[in-house]
Design a protein around this ligand. Structure first.
Ligand code: IPD
Ligand code: CA
Ligand code: CA
Ligand code: CA
Length: 266
């Protein structure tokens, strides 16, 4: 039998230790590199943090596999066994430009089923964490189940990219949602947007393209609280490829699917 409580204890300790290392990096000079484009940033701290987790996990749990954004983990073509899906810094642009509004995100899965979710907002020292079936906590505070809401009362996490010309969605499709919602917000870290749904600060989050490490932890937190996580077509998320992602409180998910997304052809 897998001892999830032990894994959770180690994972939380490693996340906190990585957070201290990241905070200490603020007084040092960052090495900033680009990946797919001039705006796709990565730093030595992103890379070092991922390597830190891999070393810890491999020492303690040599049979666990790791999927990490920066590529220091394993090459996965299935989700068999226990898999850690790690984004060492989600919101690297915020990390570089603001030194805030970024998070460590770790989802731990067994045969594709979410077991432990951890999102650590390093600067605010807010650790959102869940073991499946045992509730969601923000630090020591247990978060209540998500209540139903509706578009007219909802604050929706949505990046302006998706209502301006882009290559994934007709910008006029989401414009009515922006107009009818109480408000929209864009935090620049998918993990933080999802942690904010868990804590009730935001009601839904919509984006056209995320990698598995961006949402692996967040969906565990949100589903544990009765929220809904799908693609924009309403289909299950695939942890082995990029997805559109629509996560929401209940009720609101159905309303947005039916009234705003059903005619989309992405
Ligand atoms: C990014 C952030 C951002 C989202 C991007 C992601 P990264 O992750 O989550 O909010 O819009 O799609 O790539 O690269 O900072 O880990
Ligand atoms: Ca990145
Ligand atoms: Ca990310
Ligand atoms: Ca990242």
């Amino acid at each position: 039998m897998t001892n999830w409580s032990e894994i959770d204890t180690y994972a939380k300790a490693w996340v906190k230790e990585a957070g201290v290392n990241i905070r200490n990096s603020f007084s040092k000079t960052l090495t900033i590199m680009t990946k797919s484009s001039a705006n796709d940033l990565v730093t030595d701290i992103d890379q070092g943090t991922e390597q830190f987790f891999i070393k810890k996990i491999k020492e303690k749990y040599p049979d666990h596999r790791i999927l990490g954004e920066e590529g220091f983990g394993d090459q996965l073509n299935n989700l068999d066994g226990i898999v850690w899906i790690i984004d060492p810094i989600d919101g690297t642009m915020n990390f570089v430009h603001q030194q805030r509004n970024f998070a460590i995100s770790i989802g731990i899965y067994e045969n594709g089923e979410g077991k432990i979710g951890l999102i650590y907002d390093v600067v605010h020292d807010e650790l959102y964490h869940a073991i499946k079936g045992h509730g969601v906590f923000m630090n020591e505070l247990e978060l209540p189940p998500l209540k139903e809401t509706e578009v007219s009362k909802a604050v929706i996490g949505l990046n302006a990219t998706w209502v301006t010309e882009n290559k994934r969605i007709d910008p006029s499709l989401l414009a009515p949602l922006v107009k009818n919602a109480r408000g929209t917000r864009s935090y620049g870290s998918a993990a933080i947007e999802m942690a904010y749904i868990a804590s009730g600060r935001v009601d839904a989050y919509i984006t056209l393209r995320l990698a598995p490490w961006d949402f692996a932890a967040g969906v565990i937190l949100i589903e544990e609280l009765g929220g809904i996580a799908t693609t924009l077509k309403g289909e299950p998320l695939n942890l082995l490829e990029n997805n559109s992602v629509f996560v929401s409180k209940p009720g609101l998910h159905q309303e947005i699917m039916k009234e705003y997304l059903k005619d989309g052809n992405w």
